[in-house]
Design a protein around this ligand. Structure first.
Ligand SMILES: Cc1ncc(COP(=O)(O)O)c(C=O)c1O
Length: 233
């Protein structure tokens, strides 16, 4: 028996619900064509991932209600009249499931003034590659230095000897000192899982913050033994 379904992956970090709704329209129309022209009855349509997250303050998370209302309307308009009412739908979202629920916690190691002001962290692009790789914005806060703290415009750098190893460029942030704890937000997707060991960087531990406020280590930090574990001596 041959079984068929449709799958697409056309969006990435999209915040406009209409984009997802229009993806559903495209697949629903195709589902009807496949049945009409080839006699293929699909079991399900997978709309892929692509739902974005509000990385920047002021951005709005995508409204799931708007997405589901829009998709339901199209289902009633395209799928049901074509007699395909049993068609199942699925998503395979990644970023939106994990991204906002992880933070990279780092400590300031150095503060220096050259032709610009720099704050150097003990984390680096081996822990979170997105800013260095795509220039992506990740919101940064400093523990204990909230609204009203004096600020300065800085580049926040990692500890790798790569010019692009920066978490923020020309960002207005609270004035920082060595030892300050810096929180880099929305690091739950494309963070640890994209990590790497260049320059002998060891991957950090991962901690789970439970709803009752307790914290549990769910992955220990790598050691030098881990780094050399695959070397054939
Ligand atoms: C085939 C496929 N499905 C799902 C995803 C998850 O996408 P997202 O994290 O944008 O929800 C990806 C990400 O690249 C993908 O390539």
């Amino acid at each position: 028996m041959r079984r068929f379904a449709l799958h697409t992956m056309v969006a990435s970090n999209e915040l406009d619900p209409q984009f997802i709704i229009e993806t559903a329209r495209m697949l629903f129309t195709l589902a009807v064509r496949l049945r009409d022209e080839l006699g293929i009855q699909l079991e399900f349509v997978n709309l892929g991932g692509g739902i974005g997250i509000p990385y920047r303050p002021g951005e709005q998370a995508m409204s799931y209600a708007e997405v589901s209302d829009g998709i339901r309307a199209l289902y009633e308009q395209i799928i049901e009249p074509a007699g395909l009412g049993g068609l199942k739908l699925s998503f395979e979202c990644g970023r939106v499931m994990t991204g906002p629920y992880g933070v990279l916690v780092s400590r300031v190691r150095h503060v220096t003034r050259k032709y610009k002001d720099y704050v150097g962290l003990d984390a680096c692009m081996a822990n979170l590659m997105r800013p260095a790789m795509y220039g992506s914005y990740h919101h940064i806060t400093v523990l204990g230095k909230g609204e009203g703290s004096p600020t300065q415009v800085v580049d926040v750098t990692g500890s790798l000897c790569e010019n692009n190893d920066k978490f923020a460029i020309d960002r207005e942030l609270p004035v920082m000192q060595p030892g300050d704890v810096v929180v880099i937000h929305d690091a739950g997707a494309h963070g640890h899982s994209m990590g790497f060991n260049y320059n002998g960087k060891l991957r950090s531990a991962e901690y789970l913050l439970r709803q009752d406020g307790s914290v549990e280590m769910i992955r220990r930090a790598e050691t030098m033994d881990d780094l050399f574990a695959t070397v054939e001596w």
